[in-house]
Design a protein around this ligand. Sequence first.
Ligand code: ADP
Ligand code: MG
Length: 904
Amino acid sequence: MDTRTPETGEPGAEASAITPMMAQYTEIKAANPDCLLFYRMGDFYELFFADAEVASRALGITLTRRGKHQGVDIPMCGVPIHAADQYLQKLIALGHRVAVCEQLEDPAEARKRGSKAVVRRDVTRLVTPGTLTEDALLNSGRNNYLAAVARQRGGDDGDRFAVAWVDISTGEFRVAASDRERLAADLARIEPSEIIVPDALFGDEALSHFWRGLPAAVTPLSSAFFDSTTAETRLASHFGVATLEGFGQFSRLDLAAAAAILAYIEKTQLRERPPLAPPIAEAAGGTMLIDAATRANLELTQALSGSRQGGLIAAVDRTVTGAGARLLARRLAGPSTDPAVIGRRLDAVDWLLADQTLRESVRADLAAAPDLGRALSRLLLDRGGPRDLAAVRDGLACAGQVAVRLYEAGGLPSELAEATAVLAAAPAALTAHIAAALRDDLPHLKRDGGFVRPGYRADLDDALRLRDDSRRIIASLQAGYAADSEIRTLRIKHNNVLGYFIEVGANAAERLFQPPLNARFIHRQTLASAVRFTTVELTDLEAKVAGAGDRALAIELEVFDVLCGEVAAAAAAIRGVADALAVIDVAASAAVLAAAEGYVRPSVDASFAFDITGGRHPVVEQALRRERKSPFVANDAHLGATNGAAAGSIWLVTGPNMAGKSTYLRQNALVAILAQVGFYVPASAAHIGVVDRLFSRVGAADDLARGRSTFMVEMIETAAILNQAGPRSLVILDEIGRGTATFDGLSIAWATIEHLHEVNRSRALFATHYQELTALSARLPRLVNVTVRVKEWKGEVIFLHEIAPGVADRSYGIQVARLAGLPASVVERARVILRQLEQTDRSAAAHALIDDLPLFSADRRQEVAAETDPVADILDAIDVDDLAPRAALEAVYRLKAARKRMEK
Ligand code: ADP
Ligand code: MG
């Protein structure tokens, strides 16, 4: 059934001229060219022209035609209002932006202006990936960030960047300084779903690849959004303060990024002002830097297959609230580099670990609490309903309960003491007020009414009584009419057109047209099978009933607004409570994890240590248990600097395929991450000097999506490590050099290890199938050879998954091939060939290299650098005959500066 409201001036009402409605549509569409336009017509959002074609394909809905525009059919499709969220979600997920255009008046109003008048409409909201608030469109366990990137063209030390990001659904607002080198890692940590950038930055040739490679929607905006001269005033006026000083230290660039976010939100939300918390400036270097490749490789948020199952988060997340899950995901995305912060978090875990009963009751409280933060944002955005008010009530009540439990237990460590203090300060009067005002059973939408508790407002109760009385009166009228007319089937009914009316069957109706009954019964309508009448009594009643119902709803909406006002006034306190509950949930979940999985408290400090005893891979360990396989074999790693020097060791891991090299490498990175998140770790002991950057690479990673050869990707990623890693970094290199010919690969791996050892001096693990590399330990004092042990038994290999000092004696590739089911003839032939090859010993060449090749060193690196001499370059570029005195002086300054830079 088509319930679209007919309207004057519909598209195609006239064959050739542009109809008034089409004129309106075209104008609105022209103002929003980059969005699909959802054009409200009655109970539908309609899309026209190219939008209709795109949307019908994307949504799998029928493309129809409606009238003609300048003689050509107009393609059209529509989605019903009640299902709009679901369609929006699909379009946003596909990367589209949607402009929602509403009717701003009742069509009846428009008709009063004349038959040609069009209903007034305008866009009330732009729906973009970064600006969602609806629960249906959001994942409860993940933040949905909108980020802005601002750039300042730099001089000597390169361009500077600032990133600002908000989650409109929770109000969180942050800013951090960045630079070209770490921008990718910063964005990978934040994982925004949408990024806004100034046109010029978006159009920069050098970055176009970067923007295109990001998994977020990147939206270029005019530079006016990022204007740093007006940024501070824009921010101050948004937050209603005279100066931003109270919020912390911000650079001009920080402010430009933050103000751009505000401007974009105003542009997309139009009518509403989302309730943002004041921006927090994140300290530079406060979190472990982990680039996107490392995140993917370590399977932090999802497995390489793309499923959440198999990722680190799924294995360690035991939170019971959406806000807790979001906080945990945030901490895992950016582990702390501050031993004090980490220590505080671990103290909280300790405390909750010590008391299982308390922990379980707190978790039960939390599990029953609704998502306070998101309900709050919806209410403040005027998109909330009665259930959101109830969420505030229940969330605050839960806060009180949890606070009492923790206080009573006593001896709280600082993180929990702070959170509990916030909970205890929750606005109790507001909770009580909402509880008094709202019913227990609540409708979804406020416009349906029926959510205010009886007894709360006398005038509401009166109106409702009248409405309900009228119902009783109608019932008795119906009985009276039926008796008087002797028509037993006479009914009083109601619809929106006639209001209340009397309906009788077509055969019985005749009696009502005859005297004396025709004096009372007034004919209204004749249908095929029924005839409808009214009476004076019924018309009077109609007015009274309708009035009572409307009045009741108006009173309920007023109550709703009052409560919303109180919620808005307490917004900061409520947000604080929501955050505090999340902190407690995360600490309790870490304790649950530690208890269930037998994790230990790591010791994290400012040293360069890296001592893991009995370490395990958190995800593989659980998977083996689930699959009832033999338990995970624990292994040690000691990569720390000896005697406290700022230079880590490199463990070179050899061993056959399937021995467990990759698992071992990753488990050590994951232990470091968990430790710096402030979690217990899967090990029997762990001492870690804070890791500031974590790099993990696998040889020949498949990256066909970006259209680069896999080996190229491998080398780009390795280059990033060699250029950036330092002694605070932890570097994991898994079979680097695998993606090319043997000798190429071996040489690259060789030089990479030397560079890591001599220049980067990072703590590192390097797995390789090039046995030849083990010879390097003779020359590099901090290179340690270890191997994953296997046992050979009756010609079969048995993997022990045990790391031991030494070198794999053989690669067992042929045994593995046999296990995999290669035909026996092929396996036999391979054995013969191998024997032949082993006679022309490849490793002899490697040993020769060790003796002949001078070691890679930092000195030699400078030699290479010296080949390009900036001073000479400047001199060469000067045309002496064409040099004004002033330009000459400037050239001398430039030369001096270049010389000084070289000396550094
Ligand atoms: P490699 O990188 O040496 O080829 P992997 O690390 O991919 O080997 O491990 C191969 C398989 O061995 C893994 O899928 C895992 O199930 C198992 N495995 C690895 N390490 C261990 C361990 N420490 N304990 C038990 N099983 C392990
Ligand atoms: Mg491997």
